[in-house]
Design a binder for this molecule. Sequence first.
Ligand SMILES: *Cc1c(COP(=O)(O)O)cnc(C)c1O
Length: 423
Amino acid sequence: MPRTDEVLADPRLVEAAGRVGRPAVKQAVVAAQGRARAGEIDQSAVADEAVAALPVRGASLGPVVNATGVLLHTNLGRAPLSAAATEAVVAAAGPTDVELDLATGRRSGRGLGMLAALAAAVPDAEAVHVVNNGAAALVLAATALAMGREIVVSRGELVEIGDGFRLPDLLTSTGATLREVGTTNRTALADYTAAVGESTGFVLKVHPSNFVVTGFTADVPVAELATLGVPVVADVGSGLLTPHPLLPAEPDAASALRAGADLVIASGDKLLGGPQCGLILGRADLVHRLRRHPMARALRVGKLTLAALEATLRVPPTPTARALEARQEDLLARADRIASSLRDRGIDAVATTSPATVGGGGAPGVTLESAAVRLPESYVERLRLGTRPVVGRVAGGACLLDLLAVPESADESIVDAVVAATG
Ligand SMILES: *Cc1c(COP(=O)(O)O)cnc(C)c1O
């Protein structure tokens, strides 16, 4: 049996130790020696076996191709970063001037470039602030403006975000009390008027971003809530900063502010197409109270997020915006090229139209006309388990690889992955 230190001197394993850490390399060598001892592999193959078993990077998170047809898939990390945002993250990875004014050598405000970019993107906001995610923005607003007071909110807007987390629990965890008004399907201005009073911290308007209520329904728009004489906080969810022509029912920050919202809250990694973060936009005095609240420090974002968000805002379009505007005929042409190159290799593949969705990040009930490559159903699992995983979906007894959320540059790697999964 080759000795452990001899195997570890193999140049491939020395290189791997720098990438994934020496403990992982040693573990792989010991496991390979075990297999050799058991007669499963030859003793001369111990180093090869260890090299093959090693992970390719230090972190277990790796890239996957989102061929699910869900544009913002929470399980796949929601919005992919743009090339500019990705470069900004890499540039900020080492020491960076996040709180230093290089001109004077003095300490500066944190993330001023990002805040300026956000303010420029939403001129209707007097002030802006960014925290860890949409939920953190809500928690900060509730804590700073309604602790020991009431948040007035419609029963139709007390939503579960996902993974068992519910807005009412989140809000009351801050020490605020919920004053529920109206019913599941209908809430009127009079319901709010009757509830608003001395103890009101703010009125909260939540966009139901992952379900649709249809039929006998009514809700109160921000413009009417703004007449109540108390602060109105609008959680628009999706992070659209301005109206989107393809998503007319989706609320946006600029419109909510113009309608009279005092604060708008939104996520950064949904339709905005940026990193995970929570935007807080609106009245200068309220934003200042949130920013200076002690809890703000616990919710602040890291330098990598500041870098990614600023680049997302300054260098449009994002991959999410591009995907939203993709034309079905172009997607179908791509699906055709992929399918025909697979058929050339004897694989049963056809191009088909496919209904895609925005996902949990917004626009519930909206269908985006997309296109997909259809393969036998067993490919769904085989592609998920490949070295560069491709995540498709099962529909009608087939595996569909929907191209809406796939950048064209990944088409070739889809072909390679399907060929590899066929062998
Ligand atoms: C997504 C969403 C949230 C939660 O935002 P995170 O960024 O996921 O924390 C809150 N409210 C609404 C309306 C949402 O759509």
